[in-house]
Design a binder for this molecule. Structure first.
Ligand code: CTP
Ligand code: MG
Length: 180
């Protein structure tokens, strides 16, 4: 597969993992997942991780995966090799992304960072690790067929770039209070 094909597969396969964080920003709010609980005087996760944002983010990512499946037959002649999402992968990609984000918030609170504080590196890769990790666990065959080594390499390079870019846009639109 040429580099354009690899880029297309990487972007396509990761779209259901990219969208949940942004959807969570839009629909988030209400009771936090940690219910306000603290550990050693600091919040377990903080007010930035809510049930509504998590459920909405997973729903948005899964809906997108099914939507991509629906348009796939129409574009598969132009771009060959785009994978169809299995139902399990349609859920593990967004759910894993938000799990990674939640785990990162847990680490941020343990290291004394308040809600919204930046943690360079972790902020950009937490959801890739969560998304790919949950998918390789629960949909191993689909994972191996989709994420070849070149695709994985491209994902690790383009994801931080896209993440910084979309968060900057969300910040400029006043949807997020920090640009990361
Ligand atoms: N959000 C949510 N539920 C999630 C993830 C995000 O409701 N599981 C919403 C929250 O409103 C959050 C916003 O999306 O404030 C931005 O997400 P993020 O940057 O991950 O949270 P922060 O508020 O920056 O908190 P943290 O420091 O814990 O990352
Ligand atoms: Mg944040």
């Amino acid at each position: 597969m040429d580099i354009v094909g690899v880029l297309a597969v990487a972007f396509w396969a990761m779209l259901p993992a990219y969208v949940p964080n942004n959807a969570a920003v839009l629909v988030g709010g209400g009771p936090p997942i940690d219910g306000g609980r603290t550990w050693n005087g600091r919040r377990l996760l903080g007010d930035g991780k809510t049930w509504l944002g998590t459920a909405g983010g997973i729903a948005a990512g899964a809906a997108l995966a099914l939507g991509l499946n629906a348009i796939r037959p129409a574009i598969t002649d132009a771009v060959a090799g785009l994978p169809e999402f299995t139902l399990v992968a349609a859920i593990t990609l967004p759910a894993g992304a938000l799990l990674g984000d939640i785990a990162a918030s847990f680490l941020k609170r343990r290291t004394g960072r308040e809600r919204g504080a930046a943690f360079p590196g972790l902020d950009q890769l937490d959801f890739v690790v969560g998304s790919l990790g949950l998918t390789v666990l629960l949909a191993p065959e689909w994972f191996v067929a989709t994420f070849t080594l070149p695709v994985l390499a491209v994902v690790l390079v383009i994801t931080p770039v896209l993440h910084v870019g979309t968060n900057l846009v969300a910040y400029m639109l006043s949807l997020k209070s920090e640009p990361w």
